[in-house]
Design a binder for this molecule. Structure first.
Ligand SMILES: Cc1cc2nc3c(=O)[nH]c(=O)nc-3n(C[C@H](O)[C@H](O)[C@H](O)COP(=O)(O)OP(=O)(O)OC[C@H]3O[C@@H](n4cnc5c(N)ncnc54)[C@H](O)[C@@H]3O)c2cc1C
Length: 464
């Protein structure tokens, strides 16, 4: 389709969407238009609002922050878009975000994990051959934990951490201290980063859960102008009230009553897309209290922490064509993965990822302390004369009161059934969406989006 056609088609599409909104969804009891309040303007809440609005519901999204997007946060303060939360479109095959990117005319570009240069604590580049030998060894060590998991699964309540499971074989017997550090970094990069947790907090049972199809196949892509563009596209025709923090959700015979910053709001139904970390923190009161099984799920699931340190330099001093640098730190989760933003945007920026306890601890340090610490590592690798960054950004998702962490994970003791328990509606008026309600695609933007679409269908089915 050429651009002229696309524009024409775009105009037709918005006329059609306006027409659909005129077709009000009647309330089965009163005959009036159904009202729905959605708590949270992240991918899940905005997806649900868009679906419901297109079916004629009267929807208002309540958002505590002064911006939309939640854990999708494209920061433009450096003069270039940088994603401080979600950055990757994880797998292109069947991923609904691909369709949205097309609809909103958002550019994506492949991100190649094989294009990386790893270095050790001495600042030495890890030889490619040694790298692949260790990668094979760590892959085999992980494979061996599957047998242990099968043995344990005879007892449905038995679960141990992946870190403990790895101690059951002698995979590391012939490794030097330096090689061990690299191998541990490989576990952190390949497994820990996905959970935003250390291996001591990742469930063996969850890691090997059989019959649990997870994620989409295909390449990972980045958004050169930021993931936030997808959020903007989703929110386009939606009514969002920013700076509106919900404190209380009460169900009564007539519907739902919400308290937000001293205001009282009423609706027929409410969709909660609060992050798992916020539900765990208990800052929102539910009356009556949530069913026991849902409360149990909230406690069982883990909320991993991943943070980014983004450094903008006057000019690049690192290899410009590679996609990633990797730092085999002696400390699990520390500065694990360095995205070469320059590769995608031409801006001399590195985005450095940490996760797990290390990322949690870092949050108590000042920006200056964190940057100083990264720069010590940078100078080991690139020389003492490497200049300081001209600007830096640091995320703190764990202490963020409206996130309480980065994304959900299967910590020891949790199962996929906990995601379902969190997703279950309560009494036909209270509905739940958000990444932690999606057993197949938790911890992702597409998972959050799909959960919003699912919750919208639940509401629409009840209203019919
Ligand atoms: C550092 C990091 C990296 C990530 N990387 C990726 C990635 O590369 N790819 C990927 O697919 N996913 C990634 N994710 C995960 C992804 O960002 C999330 O899974 C997804 O954005 C969650 O969407 P959501 O709608 O469920 O929750 P959120 O986006 O958190 O939305 C919930 C909303 O509720 C609001 N809220 C909270 N409390 C209240 C209240 N009391 N009243 C009103 N509103 C409230 C919040 O402000 C927020 O806007 C990453 C996340 C982080 C933090």
């Amino acid at each position: 389709m050429n651009r002229r056609h696309a524009l024409k088609f775009g105009a037709l599409a918005s006329a059609w969407s306006a027409l659909r909104k005129l077709r009000k969804a009647p309330n089965v009891n009163t005959g009036k238009q159904e009202t729905v309040l959605v708590i949270g303007a992240g991918a899940a809440g905005l997806a649900a609002a868009r679906e419901l609005e297109s079916q004629g519901f009267d929807v208002t999204v309540l958002e505590a922050r002064d911006r939309i997007g939640g854990r999708v946060w494209t920061d433009n303060s450096l003069g270039h878009p940088v994603d401080m939360g979600a950055a990757w479109l994880e797998g292109t095959r069947g991923n609904p975000i691909v369709k949205l990117a097309r609809e909103f005319e958002v550019e994506t570009t492949p991100s190649n994990y094989r294009s990386n240069q790893a270095f050790d604590t001495e600042g030495q580049i890890i030889d490619k051959n040694a790298f692949f030998q260790l990668l094979l060894k760590t892959d085999r060590a992980l494979e061996e934990t599957a047998a242990l998991n099968r043995k344990l699964s005879a007892n449905p309540s038995a679960d141990i951490a992946l870190a403990e499971a790895l101690t059951h074989s002698a995979w590391d017997a012939d490794l030097s201290e330096a090689e061990l550090r690299i191998a541990r970094w490989m576990f952190a990069w390949n497994v820990g980063a996905d959970a935003a947790e250390d291996l001591k907090d990742i469930s063996l049972r969850g890691y090997w859960a059989e019959g649990e199809p997870e994620g989409f196949d295909g390449a990972y892509h980045l958004f050169p102008r930021g993931y936030g563009q997808i959020i903007e596209g989703l929110a386009k025709d939606t009514s969002v009230r920013l700076n509106t923090q919900v404190q209380r959700v009460e169900l009564d015979d007539h519907g739902v009553r919400l308290t937000a910053d001293g205001m009282e709001l009423r609706a027929d139904r409410v969709l909660v897309t609060l992050p798992l970390g916020v539900l765990q923190g208990g800052s929102v009161e539910f009356v009556p209290e949530l069913p026991k099984r849902k409360q149990q799920a909230i406690q069982n699931l883990g909320m991993g922490v991943a943070n980014k340190v983004v450094l903008a330099f006057a000019k690049p001093f690192w290899p410009q064509d590679i996609h990633f640098l990797g730092y085999a730190s002696g400390q699990e989760g520390e500065f694990v993965e360095w995205l070469n933003v320059l590769r995608y945007t031409k801006a001399p920026i590195l985005s450095i990822w940490s996760h797990g306890d290390c990322a949690r601890k870092m949050e108590s340090q000042s920006d200056a302390e964190i940057v100083e610490h990264v720069m010590q590592v940078v100078r080991k690798r690139f020389g003492k004369e490497t200049p300081n960054p001209i600007e830096a950004l640091v995320s703190r998702w764990d202490s963020d009161p409206f996130a309480g962490g980065s994304y959900s994970s299967l910590q020891v003791g949790a199962t996929h059934a906990d995601f379902d328990a969190l997703a279950a509606p309560v009494g036909g008026r209270l509905f739940f969406a958000g990444e932690a309600t999606n057993r197949q695609h938790y911890a992702t933007v597409h998972g959050a989006y799909l959960s919003g679409v699912r919750a919208a269908a639940e509401i629409a089915n009840l209203a019919r």
